[in-house]
Design a protein. Structure first.
Length: 448
């Protein structure tokens, strides 16, 4: 691979060297730098003022031991991370991921992407991400609580409502945010909006739970509308069955589509009659069980081992909502051969670079993660606003704001792509539109 601009090529080589063994971070940086080449031709000042060099280096990486005692009295030790990437346009903001695959490279790629996503929302939030290699699966509530308390005992030294505001991501939902908030509030002796995704009884925002999935569908509907079509009557394939997937399924169905699949890391279900979402919520949100349970209630639905098979199901629209690199070139070829017209990313970086390129080259409408899944963090920023005002908006008010934000993100990404001669390429458009606001701020704020 080679960049046209020698400075960018050297910068990328340096990123790879400095962050050896972190392929996900290299991938995220490469995609952004490729998109920005036409911008840097007309804005060389972003190179000469060191904006580019500073952008790829986090402000700070916090790494800590998380010791906790399991239900058998055995001491367990996990690793905790918070990477505060960029705060040029607002306090650090981004989720926490608890999953055994978490290491520095995953948090770095997520934190880097968060800079541009958060900028795209139009709200004043900088980029960060955190997490741990702790696996909440199979742990008791008491174990999860002890882990969260230990994690926050260290993390609370580095965050505050105007400094850094974490939220959920994979493995971190309402239960974990509650335990994390309780410990923060206890240690700091304050009641503040230091986390988002909080419960409604202690400062949470209505519609935050639904926001990422709903926002994904609002963005996708606008993209489809712009090309003379909509969700109505379409067959939709969704991967994942967590927070994002569940509310994407709900909104796509409300918009007139039929969702026929959902998955977890073990396998996927296919229900030709359309997914029974109440049942999914019962299995995944309440019982915390595996998705294969679904077929015990719906005899004519199918369960298939292995989550990759989900992309072989014929559909009009695909919404990857599980995890990074879950959709590769082979999957993209099958989707295109089966006639897919749109792919919109609910997860962060779910498509490999080769898969993304294949969709774009084959005229599939492609909604990149930074734009398409920004509704979650946008609503988190609305939660921060409500916390600052000590006031709450109704569900309808928050949902309406979210809807407007997603429509604006689509049009901003689309017009940025057009402005730089890349009409229809929302990957480039989202990267460019997100970058310009941050780059302007960094330039104005000087070398810091
Ligand atoms: P959840 O933990 O609620 O759900 C994650 C889902 O993805 C589960 O079905 C899980 O299956 C599946 N999954 C996780 N890891 C893998 C893997 N390695 N292979 C296959 N399947 C996997 O997380 P969310 O729904 O919150 O997050 C999903 C994606 O959306 C992530 O990429 C996240 O970064 C992104 N995102 C989340 C936002 C939010 O507000 N929550 C906002 C924007 C993006 P299993 O149960 O088997 O692990
Ligand atoms: O990837 C993401 O945007 C999130 N996990 C949500 C972050 C947030 O701060 O709400």
């Amino acid at each position: 691979m080679s960049f046209k601009n020698q400075y960018i090529q050297d910068l990328y080589n340096q990123v790879v060297k400095r962050n050896a063994g972190e392929p996900e971070f290299h991938q995220a940086v490469r995609e952004v730098l490729e998109s920005l080449e036409p911008v840097l031709e007309v804005h060389p000042e972003y190179i000469t003022s060191g904006v580019m060099a500073r952008l790829v280096e986090p402000d700070r990486i916090i790494k800590f031991r998380v010791p906790w005692v399991d239900d058998h009295g055995v001491v367990q030790v996990n690793r905790g991370f918070r990477i505060q990437f960029n705060k040029a346009i607002g306090p650090y903001k981004g989720g926490l991921r608890f999953h055994p695959s978490v290491y520095e490279g995953i948090i770095k790629f997520l934190g880097f992407e968060q800079i541009f996503k958060n900028s795209l929302t139009g709200l004043p939030i900088g980029g960060a991400k955190g997490g741990s290699d702790f696996d909440p699966k199979g742990k008791s509530d008491a174990e999860v609580m002890r882990f969260c308390q230990s994690f926050m005992t260290e993390l609370c030294k580095h965050i505050a409502a105007d400094t850094d505001v974490p939220a959920g991501d994979i493995g971190v939902g309402a239960r974990e945010i509650g335990f994390l908030y309780g410990q923060y509030s206890r240690i700091r002796n304050e009641f503040s909006g230091v986390l988002t995704g909080k419960g409604l009884t202690y400062g949470g925002s209505l519609a935050r739970t639904e926001a990422t999935g709903y926002g994904l569908c609002y963005f996708t509907e606008e993209m489809l509308n712009d090309h003379g079509t909509s969700f109505k009557g379409k067959t939709v394939v969704i991967s994942g069955s967590g927070n994002v997937a569940i509310y994407a399924c709900q909104k796509a169905t409300q918009l007139g589509a039929k969702v026929v699949t959902m998955s977890d890391s073990n396998g996927y279900i296919y229900d030709k009659n359309g997914i029974d979402l109440d049942l999914i919520k019962q299995i995944k949100e309440k019982e915390r069980k595996r998705i294969k349970e679904y077929v015990n209630y719906h005899a004519d639905a199918e369960y298939h081992e292995g989550c990759k098979g989900v992309w072989t199901v014929k559909c009009d629209i695909a919404l990857p909502c599980a995890t990074q690199n879950e959709l590769d070139l082979e999957d993209a070829k099958i989707l295109v051969a089966n006639g897919v017209m749109a792919v919109s990313e609910g997860a962060n970086m779910p498509s490999t670079i080769e898969a993304t390129q294949y969709f774009i080259n084959n005229n599939v409408l492609f909604g990149p993660a930074k734009a398409a899944n920004a509704g979650g963090v946008a609503t988190s920023a609305l939660e921060m606003s409500q916390n600052s005002m000590r006031y709450s908006w109704t569900f309808e008010e928050v949902d309406q704001k979210l809807h407007n934000i997603m429509i604006n993100i689509y049009h901003n990404a689309s017009s940025a792509a057009k402005r730089f001669g890349l009409e229809g390429n929302l990957v480039a458009g989202a990267n460019i539109a997100g970058f310009l606001k941050v780059a302007d701020a960094m330039y104005a704020e000087g070398v810091v």
